[in-house]
Design a protein around this ligand. Structure first.
Ligand code: 2RA
Length: 329
């Protein structure tokens, strides 16, 4: 299978290569694609060096699938050109996520919505992916009414520049800033730009993408998204109100049975998910599962995942795996 990775030299792009290799996706030819300034550079995949090419060259090489992680404007311009050439695109940007003609997919949640006709498939936002994987089995059992989520997001979600800012601040050296404020020893309650309703784009992604992936517009979500000086993954404090009453043991069992979810929850041993443990793992970790004692039919929990893996690269590669299993690519 010929696989193009558009944005192969970025933080998520490099993670895509790593995940494709680790999961043994049947790549016969890798086509790393990047902007003009990176063309000619080399990336290594399975011990072999591949030269970075531009997007036109990549289309002419006729890959079976192209995984995009080069930002919204690149996706808007190039994904349709790849798709017109018959190449299935899996896009990690926000460009197509809320387009009603495009599927927004977390394979364990709504992979069965995909068809061979889907030529541009959207990969959801990292903070949404890890939450919906946990919401899915609970919605099936208890019908979710409302979700209140606060996030604690890794600087890796912003990209290399933010990681460098954090490292520079730790080392006490000055350098380019990814954020308007210092991030070390700080917390920034703004991810992406503000929209007219006072919420940020990241917060509205959690609201709108959750409804689309779960296929249920009645689920109310309210979010506060926050950047913290952490690297390994995103964490979320989530309060979920159901239509139906639940039993805590059954709810736990449903989470334990959910593919892609690992329950880490033993207060007696101080065991709960943390980004340093989720780092470089493909699963979503959930713990601190407890009844909300202030409101009936409501539960609190803590959800952690590596935002560059299940939140981006792993989910995209899992979509490719699904398409390959169906023999659609
Ligand atoms: C972030 N959600 O963490 C973004 C990345 N897609 O900033």
């Amino acid at each position: 299978m010929k696989v193009a990775v558009v944005g192969a030299t970025g933080l998520v792009g490099s993670k895509m290569l790593q995940v494709l290799e680790e999961r043994n996706f049947p790549v016969t030819d890798l086509i790393p694609v990047a902007s003009a300034k990176s063309v000619g550079k080399e990336v290594t995949f399975k011990g072999k060096a591949y030269k970075v090419v531009d997007a036109d060259t990549a289309i002419a090489m006729k890959p079976n699938v192209a995984i995009f992680s080069a930002g919204g404007s690149t996706s808007l311009e190039w994904a349709p050109k790849f798709a017109d050439a018959g190449i299935t695109c899996i896009d990690n940007s926000s460009a197509w996520r809320m387009d009603p003609t495009k599927k927004l997919v977390v394979p364990e949640v709504n992979g069965n919505a995909l068809t061979p006709e889907d030529k541009i498939i959207a990969n959801p936002n990292c903070s949404t992916i890890q939450m919906v994987l946990v919401l899915k089995p609970l919605h099936e059992l208890y019908n979710i009414k409302r979700v209140v989520v606060s996030t604690y997001q890794s600087v890796t979600g912003t990209g290399v520049k933010a990681v460098t800012q954090l490292m520079n601040e730790r080392a006490g050296v000055s350098g380019e800033m990814a954020y308007a404020y210092p991030i070390d020893l700080n917390v920034i309650p703004q991810i992406d730009v503000f929209t007219d309703n006072g919420y940020t784009k990241e917060e509205m992604k959690m609201v709108n993408e959750t409804k689309k992936i779960m296929g249920d517009d009645s689920i109310k979500v309210t979010a506060t998204t926050v950047r913290i000086p952490v690297m390994g993954g995103h964490s979320e404090s989530v309060n979920i109100e159901f239509e139906k009453e639940y039993e805590l043991g059954d709810l736990r069992k449903a989470l334990e049975a959910q593919a892609g979810v690992i329950v880490v929850d033993d207060p007696s041993k101080a065991q709960y998910p943390m980004p340093k443990d989720a780092h470089d793992k493909d699963e979503v970790f959930v713990g601190r599962i407890r009844r909300d004692e202030t409101q009936e039919k409501t539960v609190n929990m803590w959800i952690v995942a590596d935002n560059l893996r299940k939140g981006a690269a792993t989910n995209a590669v899992q979509i490719a795996e699904y398409l390959h299993a169906q023999k659609w690519i």
